[in-house]
Design a protein around this ligand. Structure first.
Ligand SMILES: Cc1ncc(COP(=O)(O)O)c(C=O)c1O
Length: 319
């Protein structure tokens, strides 16, 4: 992976190599942590963090759902992230805040273990590849179902829950596909291993509803708004697996992946990126680059004044 110079740990900025925890940290054994994935983009107005308040709010919610109280205010975490981006002199980066049960207590009752907070930032290119973003990726429906809401809390972005995503990701990668699509407990389409999913049939865009055990993606929310602004209101409804094979267009959305067209599912051809997908993708990219006045409020600008930024890494280095 790409590195940066510094990491924020429990209130202090420390060198990357020194950001260490004890092997008996609770989260390492039981997955008792929650996190966020956020991106900051380089724009003409400076570095802008995309929908930062919404991400921080979701972090707080995820922590709350697993009985963790954040030891810092969201404003403190926002300032800490700005400080860290400045300390690392990054013009654009991925941001990973992690709130986890630390060292001090073992066993499944976690409430006496401390709650630690770290924030890392590093340069990270297109998660599913630039080629995939341009021409679409090949997906496979995984044999693993997305966790059911009576076993876990799908709305929480919780560390241990990602073992479900990992099973699906590894299964489909070993079968030669670029991303997994998971069904929910009822057999309806849910989402990718780390992305939400949209399908276009006869000009109508649909996406699974929150009751389909999805993570309420912040890119998903942005895309729903962009689509509506472009004159394509999105319907949230149950989607049957077979509809994936009949779709005129299909795309995935997520912070890491951004907006990625799907050109094939289970060896059924969907086709090259369609007009609606391309229009949404183009508007999304303009929005994150600060080129659309109406979406400027989605960017929280970091004051990098007087700080010489590092040279950006090339896409080849990033992936
Ligand atoms: C399981 C899962 N679903 C969906 C998403 C997309 O959410 P967002 O757009 O907020 O990144 C993510 C990524 O965070 C994810 O991990």
């Amino acid at each position: 992976m790409n590195k940066a110079d510094m990491i924020w740990m429990n209130g202090e900025i420390v060198p990357w190599e020194d950001a260490k925890i004890h092997v008996l940290s609770h989260a390492l054994h039981y997955g008792s942590g929650v996190f966020e994935g956020i991106r900051a983009y380089e724009t003409e107005r400076g570095t802008g963090v995309f929908r930062f308040p919404e991400h921080l709010e979701r972090l707080k919610q995820s922590a709350h759902l697993y009985y963790m109280e954040l030891p810092y205010s969201l404003e403190r975490l926002r300032e800490a992230t700005h400080e860290l981006i400045r300390a690392n002199r990054l013009r654009s980066c991925y941001i990973r805040p992690l709130v986890f049960r630390g060292y001090g207590e073992m066993g499944l009752f976690p409430l006496n273990a401390p709650v630690d907070v770290v924030i890392a930032v590093w340069p990270w290119g297109a998660y599913l590849g630039e080629e995939g973003q341009r021409n679409g990726i090949r997906c496979k429906v995984s044999s693993w179902r997305r966790m059911s809401p009576d076993s876990f809390i799908p709305q929480a972005k919780a560390c241990g829950q990602y073992l479900n995503s990992i099973l699906a990701k590894v299964e489909t990668a070993k079968a030669g596909y670029e991303e997994a699509i998971l069904l929910d407990e009822h057999g309806n389409v849910c989402e990718g291993s780390g992305e939400n999913l949209f399908v276009v049939i006869d000009g109508q865009i649909s996406t699974p509803p929150p009751t389909a055990s999805i993570l309420d993606g912040i890119t998903r929310r942005s895309v729903i708004q962009i689509a509506a602004d472009l004159g394509f209101p999105v319907v949230e409804r149950d989607i049957a697996r077979g509809e994936l094979y009949q779709a005129d267009e299909l795309f995935l959305t997520g912070t890491a992946a951004e907006v990625v067209p799907v050109r094939e599912v289970d060896d059924h051809l969907v086709g090259p990126p369609g007009e609606i997908t391309k229009a949404i993708q183009a508007t999304f990219f303009e929005a994150i680059q600060g080129k659309r006045q109406e979406y400027l409020e989605w960017l929280d600008f970091v004051d990098l004044d007087g700080i010489a930024a590092k040279e950006p890494v090339s896409a080849a280095e990033e992936n």
